[in-house]
Design a protein. Structure first.
Length: 79
């Protein structure tokens, strides 16, 4: 692989990993709140679904056509 492409991929994956790490506490908090049956969770079910879709899109970034010359998916507004 061309070193420039490899460097671009490394940079993109580092940004992806940072985005996943940034949202991890939101997922954990929601799961904790659901586990102990808190009626009003920090995130609504719709927000949680949006967050999970975003995280899945981040994880699948290597499958996108044009990888590594692609943009990260846009984070939900509440992140």
């Amino acid at each position: 692989m061309d070193p420039r492409i490899s460097q671009s991929a490394d940079s993109l994956l580092a940004s992806r990993d940072a985005a996943l790490e940034k949202t991890r506490p939101l997922v954990e908090r929601h799961q904790d709140e659901r586990y102990i049956a808190i009626a009003l969770t920090t995130l609504t079910e719709v927000q949680m679904q949006e967050l999970i879709r975003y995280r899945l899109n981040l994880r699948n970034i290597e499958r996108l056509a044009g990888y590594p010359n692609v943009e990260l998916p846009r984070a939900p507004a509440f992140v």
